[in-house]
Design a binder for this molecule. Structure first.
Ligand SMILES: *[C@@H]1O[C@H](CO)[C@@H](O)[C@H](O)[C@H]1NC(C)=O
Ligand SMILES: *[C@@H]1O[C@H](CO)[C@@H](O)[C@H](O)[C@H]1NC(C)=O
Length: 499
């Protein structure tokens, strides 16, 4: 547990760090991100079949805050050329988007390949190439074909084969145009929110059980896709492949309280370490504290076997080292206030297994309850990743801020500016190897269970109009200036006159 002690020392130092860097290093790259289901629409045309988000929003519309769905979304299936124009206007180096599995493989399996699906993504890739925008492509951003969900989805180990087969089709069909791949977007949200809870589709809510079945399958699926790429495709396509792990970063409410400090470390292992430890550490496997805590709880529940068990040595080795970079999605920090059972914890559950009480009572507001604005938490997370995972090269694959859709989006600009400033601090003061940054998101889009009620975009999208017109917000000018100069803009017009 030496690592923990160093981590604590660094956390303490970080509070005294001096800010003020503005210039990004040579070679640092910038992009923006989207996800297929959130923008494409065209949910039932050109051969695409139903995915788990189509199913949830159609059969349980009351689960979506504003009753909307992804049927049309931003209509990017028909308007991708406009999207590319906007990307070019922003001046991004790369565009992160995801492939819709059900659009490419209508049965979910690799027996039928949908030519319209292949054509759509090929056209998008060609349009990006014309503007010199590099694609960064996510294989799975939450929209599992319903056919595979009907077989249990990520709780079914057979998914390892299905995901490898799907990845194989994508590498084969698009790999000559794509140099950077992401296997999974946010495994925690897939396994905990969708299987261990009902916060995301398919809303299985098998708390403390389904979430761990999912993580076993997901990590193995990721590793198999990595090895397939590494052995079969990398030699000719010469690209790179990684996983994007989301973190709500936990800090002690009282940094002088040793118990809270220790519990924050436990919570970070349960949250980030759950998926990062098996891939990015030398020992591999799930974090020891997870295995121990779940075993202890399972015994108390009189179960004959723990709900989460360590991988065997074959899988520990097979999963270890299977990411060329550490992809981090980061938005927010929450606090740990003490030991015990979180008032929101179901029984059994991942949250109860942690054994700590959490609070969101920290930082500034956004339109999303969970998204608290705590820029220093980002720096602490990045320092912790450097120490915990042997100084990996890092890409920030998502970071962003929600409001209700104002065009004068000073809150978003300030969020980007303050979070980017913390990235500069850790690059220059701590030598954390952050190589690139991806802002979430190009345009307001279908924000999962929040529908269109929480908006994260650079462009405002009017979803009441059939042609889904996009209007640039002030943050477009901010980001465009940042990308043109590679320096945090100091221009007064980006500061809220009311502040
Ligand atoms: C596709 O879904 C829309 C609703 O979004 C519906 O009006 C339309 O009839 C469907 N089309 C087909 C071909 O099923
Ligand atoms: C990827 O392939 C290279 C070349 O064959 C090999 O040396 C390396 O160990 C592979 N990576 C992993 C994580 O297996």
């Amino acid at each position: 547990m030496e690592r923990t002690l160093i981590g604590v020392a660094l956390l303490a130092i970080s509070h005294t760090a001096v800010a003020g860097y503005t210039k990004f290093p040579e070679g640092f790259t910038f992009g923006v991100a989207t996800a297929a289901h959130q923008i494409e629409g065209a949910w039932n045309v050109s051969g695409k079949t139903e995915n788990v988000w189509d199913r949830l929003s159609h059969t349980r519309p009351e689960m979506i805050a504003d009753g909307t769905n992804g049927d049309v979304a931003c209509d990017s299936y028909n308007r991708y050329q406009e999207d590319v124009e906007e990307l070019a206007h922003l001046g991004v180096d790369f565009y992160r988007f995801s492939l819709s599995w059900a659009r490419i493989l209508p049965t979910g399996r690799a027996d039928v390949i949908n030519p319209d699906g292949i054509r759509y993504y090929s056209n998008l890739l060609d349009a990006l190439a014309e503007k010199n925008i590099e694609p960064l492509v996510t294989l799975f951003h939450w929209d599992l074909p319903q056919t595979l969900q009907d077989l249990g989805g990520w709780a079914n180990p057979k998914m390892i084969d299905y995901f490898r087969d799907y990845s194989n089709v994508c590498f084969r069909e698009f790999g000559d145009k794509i140099k950077s791949w992401i296997t999974f977007n946010e495994p925690y949200e897939i396994c905990e929110d969708a299987y261990g809870d009902d916060k995301k589709a398919p809303a299985i809510n098998s708390h403390g059980v389904g979430n761990y079945l999912c993580s076993d399958t997901l990590l193995k699926s990721h590793a198999e896709a990595y090895h397939l790429y590494n052995e079969t495709y990398r030699p000719k396509q010469n690209g790179r492949i990684m996983i994007s792990i989301n973190s709500i970063w936990y800090e002690p409410n009282n940094p002088d309280d040793a118990e809270q400090v220790a519990l924050a470390e436990v919570a970070n292992q349960f949250k980030f370490g759950w998926f990062a430890h098996p891939i990015f550490t030398e020992e591999g496997g799930y974090p020891t504290v997870m295995i121990e805590n779940v075993a202890q709880q399972s015994t108390a529940e009189k179960l004959p076997k723990p709900r989460l068990e360590q991988f065997d040595s074959y899988w520990i080795n097979r999963i270890k080292g299977t990411s060329d970079f550490l992809g981090i999605n980061h938005y927010t920090t929450h606090l740990i206030t003490g030991a015990g059972e979180d008032p929101l914890a179901k029984s059994p559950s991942w949250l109860k297994d942690i054994g700590a009480v959490t609070t969101m009572n920290v930082g500034g507001d956004s339109a999303s309850e969970w998204l608290r604005v705590v820029p220093t938490g980002f720096a602490n997370l990045l320092r912790w990743c450097k120490i915990s995972y042997n100084d990996p090269p890092i890409y920030i694959t998502e970071n962003g801020f929600s409001d209700r859709g104002t065009l004068q989006d000073y809150g978003r600009i300030k969020y980007f500016n303050d979070y980017l400033s913390e990235i500069l601090n850790v690059i220059y003061d701590d030598n954390v190897r952050v190589l690139g940054y991806t802002a979430w998101t190009l345009m307001d889009n279908f924000e999962w269970r929040a529908g269109f009620s929480e908006r994260f975009g650079f462009y405002y999208v009017d979803i009441t109009q059939p042609d889904r017109p996009r209007t640039p917000k002030l943050s477009v000018d901010y980001f465009r200036q940042l990308l043109a100069t590679r320096e945090l803009p100091q221009d007064k017009r980006f500061q809220d006159p009311a502040m």
